[in-house]
Design a protein around this ligand. Structure first.
Ligand SMILES: [Zn+2]
Length: 361
């Protein structure tokens, strides 16, 4: 398979981008905030990994009743999500540390919990971040025909129920990722309309080492101590919790009302400048909640994340008012939902709207 990446050209007017970058840089300098290598981030990393290890040890070596296993399995799923949102995601963007080696080390946490940092780089850092919400380019809005997230995908009659069943798709997402997706990718390299080169050398060693490590901790060690059906049940529960939280949170910023879904009207060209495209395809949520910001690794500030992907997420809250003001000044639409619940309801309404049959007559 030959690598082939679909590319888009954005308008070259970078006035807004230059202004927002300049103002945020000035603010960070004047307030003495570190862009990366932030103390809060190191503390969070230690707490999250300690929770992950403690929960795993209790689940595999201590739990003796079904309800203990269920509670610990669900908690382990949340720990995996916390690693993904807080540590791996920042590191994959080079936002964790100034030192590339530390970013490369922290991103391996994804391989530890069953994903592949190699394919995440392509799927998220390259295809999603460059082509947000553009049908035929951004693979995050492609649910393989089972769901319709953009007005530019064809509607099927099953989609009228998608606001009810899409949560099940999210729930099986992590399971499918662990057991199928990465293995298919290593063989075909196909991510939506793009084909990427298979991992080689160091990347291949990490891919194989990651899979061996994950399968050992997820299946081999538990199977030495517990019956198959117990291990399988707890695994499905853990993966379902991971999938539903992961799937939902990533959709709350882009697949909601007020997010744009631009098209390349002339093929390969987007009318807007790249930075304006990032803002108008994204909707922040729960900006006033420190709890949401910490638990979600700043994914509630996705406008700021998309404009400043190499800035550690602990800074997003401080720069959001500057971004919002600059957007107002340049006539760029900046939208946010006030709470997590409001964002969830907006995602639900968007799914219902996208699945509904068009009015006739
Ligand atoms: Zn990202």
């Amino acid at each position: 398979m030959e690598p082939s990446i679909r590319r888009l050209k954005f308008s070259s007017d970078n006035t807004f981008h230059a202004a927002v970058r300049r103002r945020v840089a000035t603010h960070l300098r004047e307030t003495g905030r570190r862009e990366r290598d932030c103390f809060e981030m190191y503390l969070k990393t230690a707490l999250i990994f300690a929770s992950f290890v403690a929960t795993y040890v209790l689940l595999v070596f201590v739990a003796s009743a079904w309800w203990q296993a269920a509670a610990l399995g669900a908690t382990l799923g949340l720990c995996v999500v916390a690693i993904g949102f807080n540590v791996m995601h920042d590191a994959s963007h080079g936002a964790y540390s100034e030192r590339p080696a530390l970013n490369r080390l922290m991103v391996l946490s994804l391989d530890l919990v069953g994903g592949s940092s190699y394919f995440w780089h392509w799927k998220h850092v390259v295809f999603h971040h460059t082509f947000v919400n553009v049908a035929g380019y951004d693979t995050d809005i492609n649910l393989a025909g089972l769901g319709r997230l953009t007005p530019h995908h064809p509607r099927a009659s099953i989609h009228r129920w998608q606001h009810w069943y899409v949560w099940v798709l999210y729930a099986v997402m992590a399971l499918k990722w662990h057991l199928y997706d990465d293995f298919r990718l290593v063989l075909t390299g196909r991510i939506g309309p793009h084909t990427v080169a298979p991992p080689r050398g160091r990347d291949l060693a990490i891919f194989v080492g990651g899979k061996v490590t994950f399968w050992t901790i997820a299946f081999v060690v538990p199977l030495l101590l517990h019956p198959f059906w117990v291990v399988a049940s707890v695994y499905v529960l853990t993966a379902a919790v991971t999938g539903i939280v992961l799937g939902t949170v990533f959709q709350l910023a882009h697949c909601v009302e007020h997010a744009d879904f631009p098209l390349d009207h002339s093929p390969g060209h987007i009318d807007n400048a790249w930075a304006i495209h990032q803002v108008e395809t994204t909707v922040d949520f729960a900006r006033a909640s420190s709890l949401a910001t910490h638990l979600l690794g700043g994914l509630n500030y996705q406008i700021e994340h998309h404009l400043f992907p190499r800035l550690c997420h602990v800074n997003y809250r401080a720069i959001a008012p500057i971004v919002e003001l600059t957007c107002a000044e340049f006539g760029v639409r900046y939208k946010h939902n006030p709470t997590v619940l409001a964002a969830l309801r907006s995602h639900y309404r968007w799914l219902r709207h996208m699945g509904a049959a068009p009015a006739t007559g």
